[in-house]
Design a protein around this ligand. Structure first.
Ligand SMILES: [Zn+2]
Length: 175
């Protein structure tokens, strides 16, 4: 159970929320792995149900269930777009079609930041290079995203360098 507390100083009211996460036992499954490309590979599938609780007791909103599959070859964890019972009855070549590689949260964050910071010379380029290094072998959307981020940052940096060069040619070096 993961808990976090939110403290509101104005009303001195303390509200406590928690997330209850329950994981079913792993079920063996066969699939064509979309991550490493191995056909008819052994995998483990499980379902995770998450529920937000107020005061650790009162459920807020509905329960969110996700199905995960881990490949025994490449150890990649894949997110399923269909439920566990639906996935189980699918033949291996179809099961793989419903599975997606999901990048880690830091890798996702860096990929998004690399695009968001394209206008910031220096720091933006630094973040974009890090994001590209983190995601260059990823099979999720973060790879393309970090490439776009690096491209945009390089473009801005080169444009600024060019402007500076033109300025130096026209006006001479700044004193
Ligand atoms: Zn695999």
């Amino acid at each position: 159970m993961i808990s976090f507390r939110f403290f509101n100083e104005q009303t001195l009211a303390m509200i406590s929320y928690s997330i209850r996460a329950e994981r079913t036992d792993s079920i063996p499954l066969r699939m064509n792995c979309p991550a490493c490309g191995t056909p008819d590979v052994q995998a483990q599938a499980w379902q995770q149900a998450e529920q937000i609780l107020a005061f650790h007791l009162i459920p807020l909103g509905g329960e969110r269930a996700t199905t995960w599959v881990q490949c025994t070859q490449c150890r990649e964890t894949l997110l399923s777009r269909v439920s566990l019972p639906e996935l189980q009855i699918l033949p291996p070549h179809q099961a793989g079609d419903w599975l997606r590689v999901r990048a880690s949260l830091p890798a996702q964050l860096m990929a998004v930041l690399s695009v968001g910071l394209f206008w910031a010379p220096g720091i933006g380029l630094f973040v974009a290079i890090l994001a590209w290094l983190l995601n260059r072998k990823s099979r999720s959307w973060t790879r393309k995203c970090s490439r776009i981020g690096l491209g945009a940052n390089l473009f801005v940096s080169l444009a600024l360098l060019l402007l500076f060069a033109v300025d130096v040619i026209v006006n001479g070096l700044p004193k």
